[in-house]
Design a protein around this ligand. Structure first.
Ligand SMILES: C[S@@+](CC[C@H](N)C(=O)[O-])C[C@H]1O[C@@H](n2cnc3c(N)ncnc32)[C@H](O)[C@@H]1O
Length: 332
């Protein structure tokens, strides 16, 4: 007997964007087939995982209940476990939560052909370099892998340097604003997912990171993808001073501490340049950092023009990773 299940209805021209975002958020119901008619695409979803704010940023959509045809039966982690486990995949490594880690790992290893290793975090993302420690759960014992994103490949050491695939859609949003020939200063570049993507678009990129491990992988990733950019190891507040009034775009992806670097970032932007500022905030005051941005601009005697603000992803209960893009207007 057929049964209706939740889905979202989007205009055809937005279908692929939604499919990718849902897949990235782990919200796409892979056991059911995507449907379409002349005007709309209907994507089956796992309702409890739908992040409304995140999807609304793509465009309007409608929640529907309908009969989606089942995908041919395949063994999924859900079919083995009886529930949808939460996990993240980086390259051929799955990161699972500590609870039931062994059970989930065994379900993943037997249903996901491309996985070679399963690990679980034993610390938060912590310290200046924003790294995590992991415990090996199943498969090969390693935290190093190659992850593919937007046609680029990245060597990643999950324990040695920060990386998350959950910013993939956000990186594309930034890339669409960058033109060939623009000068981009990526102040907190990690292993390079913003920097390399923007350099591939034809921007001249200077990528900074203080973590030597991140810089080592960033250099390897530039070679692996045959992309030319300048890579600097050191403190962004010191190094950014060498680029005053030059940057078309400044990327500030250090969400917990970006406010401490606002002065050098604004100084690095040229007149008309845009700063892309990330923060973590509570849901009752998502864009509170706008006050800090205004204060830094006032201190430097420049004007800022807010261009965009949005939620990038949920971070923890009631806490979100948000972005604010603002243009710098400097007196001549
Ligand atoms: C949240 S991660 C972002 C990495 C990368 N942009 C990405 O999307 O994967 C922040 C990065 O900033 C680096 N970092 C922290 N403090 C820094 C500083 N004072 N100067 C330069 N880099 C710093 C960390 O080592 C880390 O790689």
């Amino acid at each position: 007997m057929s049964q209706s299940s939740p889905g979202i209805k989007v205009k055809r021209n937005k279908g692929e964007q939604f499919r990718k975002a849902l897949a990235e958020l782990g919200t796409l119901d892979r056991c059911r087939k995507i449907a379409s008619d002349v005007a709309y695409v209907y994507l089956p979803v796992l309702r409890e995982l739908v992040e409304e704010k995140r999807l609304m940023e793509i465009s309007d959509y409608e929640m529907v209940e309908m009969e989606f045809k089942p995908e041919p039966p395949v063994t999924t982690p859900e079919s083995i476990l009886g529930y949808q486990p939460s996990f993240e995949v980086v390259g051929d490594i799955a990161i699972v939560e500590q609870e039931n880690a062994r059970l989930v790992a065994s379900a993943l290893m037997s249903s996901c052909q491309n996985l070679r290793s399963v690990i679980t975090p034993v610390s938060d993302v912590e310290g200046e370099f924003r790294t995590r420690r992991f415990r090996h759960v199943a498969g090969e014992e390693r935290t190093i892998t190659v992850h593919k994103e937007h046609g680029l490949r990245y060597w990643v050491d999950l324990e040695g340097a920060y990386f998350t695939p959950r910013l993939g859609t956000e990186r594309l949003r930034i890339a669409r604003q960058v033109s060939p020939g623009d000068f981009v200063l990526d102040m907190f570049a990690g292993v390079g997912p913003f920097a390399l993507l923007l350099a591939r678009r034809g921007a001249r990129v200077v990528a900074i990171d203080k973590n030597p491990v991140a810089v080592k992988y960033l250099r390897e990733n530039a070679i692996l993808n045959k992309i030319d950019l300048e890579i600097l190891e050191g403190d962004a507040s010191d190094l950014a001073r060498n680029y005053e009034n030059t940057a078309d775009h400044v990327i500030m992806n250090l969400p917990h501490n970006a406010h401490q670097f606002l002065i050098p970032a604004i100084q690095a932007a040229k007149n008309g340049g845009v700063v892309h500022y990330y923060a973590i905030s509570q849901d009752d005051d998502l864009y509170k950092d706008l006050d800090l941005i205004e204060a830094a601009a006032f201190q430097l005697g420049v004007m800022i023009e807010a261009l965009y603000k949005g939620v990038v992803r949920s971070y923890a209960p009631h806490r979100y990773n948000v972005v604010m893009d603002f243009r710098i207007n400097k007196p001549s």
